[in-house]
Design a protein around this ligand. Sequence first.
Ligand code: HEM
Length: 141
Amino acid sequence: MPKLSVWMVRASLVHMGIGFLFGALILHHKGIPIYAWTWRLLNPHIEMMIFGWTMQFVMGIAFWILPRFSSEPRYGSTRLGWWSLALLNSGVALTALGVWFALNLLSLAGRLSTLSAITLFVILIWPRVKPLGGYAASQHL
Ligand code: HEM
């Protein structure tokens, strides 16, 4: 597994842990309504579960398993991937903080950062979305 995938999967697991915790707190409050502030965790929960956890996990695994190039760099421009990792995690964190503190500008900055991360990742991974060479190609699979 390449290093970039390792760090994407690790970061996604951190988001999963925190996002689940937020969801559990909201769920607890729905059953036993004692902490009204937990509803403010809903938007951070959504942001972390969709982008931080699910999407980042898929990105990490995709970078690892999609067909590699036959010559170096075999995974494509890894530098784009590291930028994507940094922008995605700061984007999710900024958006979550923005919605928690009701700072629209911060949320917007976070969303733009997440969007840039996805754009860079698509540029990086696009040429690797192709049929495998050899047997699969000869069978028109
Ligand atoms: C991949 C996993 C998950 C994703 C993508 C996800 C996403 C979402 C989304 C989009 C909402 C907003 C729904 C709406 O407004 O109608 C939501 C609400 C919620 N989530 Fe999650 N969630 C996930 C896992 C969890 C887990 C594990 C828990 C609990 C431990 C949880 C607890 C909640 C609660 C309590 C709400 C509020 C429901 C309500 O409005 O009454 N979520 N989640």
